[in-house]
Design a protein around this ligand. Structure first.
Ligand SMILES: NC(=O)C1=CN([C@@H]2O[C@H](COP(=O)(O)OP(=O)(O)OC[C@H]3O[C@@H](n4cnc5c(N)ncnc54)[C@H](OP(=O)(O)O)[C@@H]3O)[C@@H](O)[C@H]2O)C=CC1
Ligand SMILES: O=C(O)CCC(=O)C(=O)O
Ligand SMILES: [Mg+2]
Length: 443
């Protein structure tokens, strides 16, 4: 098949009839999920466009497969191809805990500057859920994808690098240095007894991590979230942060968020920042009246919520949340927690997008689930729905709709993979590949 590239001009994607789309199969359960997903995508495109359109899949390497074949975890060629072809899709990649390589998933997002991690969370009729009213869960998470502690600026305890940073803080910021508990490696025997250990002779003590959060990084993420809320007629955007504790990173994210809303979106939005101002000047009743009028006029409410209570409230009052804009780590936690409410991680899709350059890589929210690798067992729904997001992004809505419908019907007929089967009464358990075929049958 000829090599046709997706391109972008004046902010609009140009998608040829037979676009080449690079994909990464993924580690672990990637070998099961990818072929199942590709089958669904190809059948949907064929059915929607009677063979007039077809995706030309191009495998690119990353993770274990890349390392085994090339000695490199993330070959430059893979990055070049994603740059060149604009839109791609990937399976999960393994990241070891503690030592070893840094996350390839995070590296792809950072190197290609895919600053929005977009994770919609909605319920499909019939999907088993631990909450009473899963239908009320309909949120879209905009997770900042390039900064925060994911920048990976960390120094292991006991290394000369960590010591250098500690020495710098001791010299330049003595007050802050004293806030670092156990800031010296000189410890007496009594000290080690006090922490519950004996016989410890080690230089290892304080590991250091740095959390960069910028005005530019926050602005572009929050701008995208509000623009999305306007385009999709959403009622609110909630800025989720832990700004009471991390004042100049997460607190700044909130303040910059309100500034973005007021500066760029003017009378399309009403912010809680404005509510506070009116309350101070004219009292609470006047502020409430102002907000009520803004809602009646169809304005989007821009509000904020502290991260810990947010994790409770998305469970207890999900109808209060529409679009959520948040920092990288909060977004990671929130997306797995929210996925649980609507059927779990096996059906939670996502996309990494740069809305300016048009680059996008679609990927599941879950990881490699290594204990199930190669068993043809896990739910391919998360990658399949990420593919639905990709088709929508390309403007191939008809193919996207066919897949959504096929998935809904497969679930309604209770023919599902193990994760849904264990929560459903009277369901038939299908393998990963069989569930994909079931979706195709129901398209
Ligand atoms: N973007 C990416 O590529 C990501 C990669 N990772 C990486 O994946 C590896 C494993 O991470 P881990 O924390 O175990 O998280 P995983 O998401 O891989 O797995 C955790 C659990 O989630 C459930 N699960 C995961 N995938 C599916 C699926 N397709 N269908 C049904 N259930 C599923 C399983 O639950 P149960 O046991 O209940 O059946 C599984 O044991 C790590 O190396 C991590 O860094 C993690 C997240 C994202
Ligand atoms: O990169 C990883 O291994 C984990 C990433 C992750 O948890 C996520 O993107 O949600
Ligand atoms: Mg995660």
């Amino acid at each position: 098949m000829s090599d046709q590239k997706i391109s972008i001009s004046n902010g609009k994607l140009n998608v040829p009839e037979n676009p080449t789309i690079p994909f990464i199969e993924g580690d672990g359960t990637g070998v099961d999920i990818w072929p199942a997903s590709q089958l669904v995508f190809d059948k949907a495109v064929e059915k929607a466009y009677n063979g007039k359109r077809k995706i030309n899949w191009k495998e690119v390497l990353a993770g274990e497969k890349a390392f085994n074949k090339t000695g490199n975890w993330l070959p430059d060629e893979t990055l070049d191809i994603f740059r060149e072809y604009l839109v791609g899709i990937k399976g999960p990649l393994t990241t070891p805990v503690g030592g070893g390589i840094r996350s390839l998933n995070v590296a792809l997002r950072q190197i290609l500057d895919l600053y929005v991690c977009l994770r919609p969370v909605r319920w499909y009729e019939g999907v088993p859920s631990p909450v009473k009213n899963p239908g009320a869960v309909d949120m879209v998470i905009f997770r900042e994808n390039t900064e925060d502690i994911y920048a990976g600026i960390e120094f292991a305890a006991g290394t000369p690098e960590a010591q250098k940073v500690l020495d710098f803080i001791a010299k330049e910021f003595p007050k802050e240095f004293n806030k670092i508990r156990f800031n010296t490696k000189e410890k007496s025997e009594d000290f080690w007894k006090m922490v519950g250990a004996t016989d410890v002779k080690t230089d290892v003590n304080v590991g250091i991590g740095i959390k960069p959060v910028s005005l530019s990084g926050s602005t572009r993420l929050i701008h995208s979230a509000i623009a999305y809320a306007i385009k999709h007629n959403q009622k609110s955007v909630t800025l989720v942060h832990k700004g009471n504790i991390m004042k100049f990173t997460e607190g700044a994210f909130r303040d910059w968020g309100y500034a973005v809303a007021e500066q760029y979106f003017g009378d399309k939005v009403y912010t809680w920042n404005k509510w506070e101002k009116t309350k101070k000047e004219k009292g609470e009743a006047a502020a409430n009246e102002e907000q009520k009028a803004a809602i009646a006029a169809g304005k989007i409410i821009i509000k904020d919520s502290i991260a810990d209570i947010t994790l409770q409230q998305v469970l207890t009052r999900p109808e209060d949340f529409d679009v959520i804009a948040t920092l990288n780590l909060n977004g990671d936690y929130l997306s797995d927690a929210l996925a649980a409410q609507v059927g779990g991680i096996g059906i939670a899709p996502g996309a990494n997008i740069n809305y300016i350059t048009g680059h996008a890589i679609f990927e599941a929210t879950h990881g490699t689930a290594p204990k199930y690798a190669g068993q043809d067992k896990v739910n391919p729904g998360s990658v399949i729905l990420s593919g639905v997001m990709m088709l929508e992004y390309m403007g191939w809505q008809e193919a996207a709709d066919l897949i959504s419908r096929g998935l809904e019907k497969a679930i309604a007929s209770k023919r599902v993979t193990y994760d849904f089967h264990r929560q459903m009464e009277g369901a038939t358990m299908l393998k990963c590949s069989e569930f994909a075929q079931e979706i195709v049958k129901n398209m």
